[in-house]
Design a protein around this ligand. Structure first.
Ligand SMILES: [Zn+2]
Length: 135
């Protein structure tokens, strides 16, 4: 799943759950589910990083860096950092469970434009939420 949609689903979990700890756990679970959903990926690491950072930054400005919304957004997108940074690969495999299990990541299916639209709608909704109502 594209990074901005990972960020958006985690942020939505933060709104709904209203607790940093629950948002953290839900964000990680949502990442694994997002990778499971058959999807196309965007072939530009630069776009993926820039859109993810911009989305988290906007959420942090609106809701605060330590809000459940930002915690959820970071938890839901952080596992993909290992696609970019040279983190350890025990036994030659990546760290996050949904990246380790062969065949978990499903290519094809939901096109990138639909994921971008979904990310935009979810992020727009979360950004329109009153700051602090969740914290
Ligand atoms: Zn992933």
């Amino acid at each position: 799943m594209i990074v901005s949609l990972h960020v958006a689903t985690g942020a939505a979990a933060g709104v709904l759950l209203g607790s940093r700890k629950k948002a953290l756990l839900a964000g990680l679970a949502l990442h694994a589910l997002g990778d499971r959903m058959p999807h196309h990926d965007i072939n530009s690491q630069r776009f993926e990083i820039a859109s993810g950072v911009a989305a988290v930054a906007a959420l942090a400005v609106r809701h605060g860096l330590t809000s459940p919304i930002v915690v959820g957004a970071l938890a839901a997108s952080a596992p993909d950092v290992e696609h970019v940074l040279p983190l350890p690969r025990p036994g030659g495999r990546k760290l996050f469970p949904s990246h380790r299990v062969e065949g978990w990541h499903q290519a094809g299916g939901v096109p990138t434009w639909a994921q971008l639209v979904a990310a935009g709608v979810i992020l727009g909704t979360v950004l329109a939420c009153r700051p602090g109502h969740d914290a």
